[in-house]
Design a protein around this ligand. Structure first.
Ligand SMILES: NC(=O)c1ccc[n+]([C@@H]2O[C@H](COP(=O)([O-])OP(=O)(O)OC[C@H]3O[C@@H](n4cnc5c(N)ncnc54)[C@H](O)[C@@H]3O)[C@@H](O)[C@H]2O)c1
Length: 340
């Protein structure tokens, strides 16, 4: 296979970014078509990427000569779109999370297992970020001893609140734990090789009372306990005034790792009457550009080399179960046992 012929479903906040990367930066990918419901997005893609456009993903998969599909539509559609693409013989890249409902995700997982020769890759792109990978190498080499505690922040900038509110009004996002904290849940499972057994989580809308109306928590705090009493605290939110605040601290018996505690945009420091200012990154796509490109390159290489992704569907299922337990705890105020 010279180039992997691919179609993209979804051209929103992330789909347009993925399509741009596939068209302009990933030489072994050949984007044939895109599908979205929004005519403006489709016209933009046709004009700028020279691709066929569709509003019906099934028609696109049936009509186009493609090897693979990238699913970047809202989360609730991931199970049915994955199943359709797999049954049509296509390899699938699917954005996180796998889906919203456990029964749909169980069926999706069954479909994936029934098509072992087709690549299925889930978009946990932080595993491709250079800093998180470096941390993984240090941990695996015993560089900080036994992990005692992990603290993670994943807070979107307040400047993205409007587009998030639109997204969550039009679609079920799954809530702060399923939509946002799931990245850190995956990383913690990846770093520790273990799963939490219990959570006590809290949600609030102090910074964005308007989110009550769409049944969302702006801030979510998840406390997780592991079998050996290792603990983790995850904080997800959408209100950071300064920019995109994504950080993690891993405390070991023999040392600590801290990843990206300040979201500096670049090496510029401004010295003005406002003081000494380091401009901050303003979106997830800015912070994780390199990771988004590397994960799609990995997917294309996996397809070309008949190789399965290192991120298994089981990783996706367990991360979702844990995130849903956090949601249940925050909604009920109860400590929830996590049984995977
Ligand atoms: N990895 C990450 O960090 C990250 C970041 C953002 C979003 N995401 C994930 O990407 C997915 C999309 O999120 P987004 O923020 O880009 O959403 P969005 O609402 O901005 O865009 C959704 C796109 O899907 C299209 N669409 C909706 N329903 C469709 C259907 N039935 N058939 C075809 N197209 C349809 C819309 O027209 C739009 O183009 C979500 O699952 C989200 O969790 C992941």
């Amino acid at each position: 296979m010279e180039k992997v012929k691919i179609a993209v479903i979804g051209l929103g906040r992330l789909g347009m970014v993925h399509t741009d990367h596939l068209v302009n930066l990933i030489g072994d990918a050949d984007v044939k078509a895109v599908c979205a419901l929004d005519q403006e997005q489709l016209s933009y893609a046709k004009e700028n990427f020279g691709v066929e456009t569709y509003t019906d993903y099934k028609k696109m998969i049936d009509a186009e000569e493609i090897d693979a599909v990238a699913i970047v539509a809202p989360t609730g559609f991931h199970p049915e779109m994955t199943a359709y693409a797999l049954k049509a013989g296509k390899h699938v890249f699917c954005e996180k999370p796998l889906g919203l409902e456990m029964d749909e995700v169980a069926e999706m997982s069954r479909q994936i297992q029934e098509h072992p020769k087709q690549v299925f890759q889930l978009g946990f792109m932080r595993r491709f970020d250079a800093s998180y990978r470096h941390a993984k190498e240090i941990i695996d080499a015993g560089g900080i001893g036994e992990i005692i505690y992990i603290r993670a922040y994943g807070i979107d900038p307040i400047s993205g609140m409007e587009s998030f509110t639109k997204f969550a009004t039009d679609n079920d996002s799954g809530g702060i734990f399923v939509d946002m904290c799931i990245h850190d849940i995956d990383l913690i499972r990846w770093y520790t090789g273990s799963d939490p057994v219990q959570t006590w989580s809290i949600g609030n809308n102090i910074a964005a009372p308007e989110l009550e109306a769409i049944n969302e928590f702006e801030t979510g705090v998840a406390n997780l306990r592991f079998e050996n009493n290792m603990a983790a605290t995850l904080i997800g939110g959408r209100h950071a005034a300064h920019g995109n605040q994504v950080e993690m601290e891993i405390m070991g018996s023999n040392g600590w790792i801290r990843i990206a505690q300040e979201p500096e945009k670049d090496f510029v420091t401004l010295f003005t009457d406002a003081g000494v200012v380091r401009p901050a990154m303003q979106s997830f796509s800015e912070r994780f550009t390199e990771a988004f490109i590397t994960e799609l390159k990995d997917f294309i290489e996996n397809v070309k080399n008949d190789r399965q992704s290192d991120i298994s569907v089981e990783d996706g299922v367990k991360a979702l179960q844990i995130a849903k337990a956090c949601k249940e705890s925050a909604e009920t105020g109860q400590v929830i046992d996590i049984v995977l």
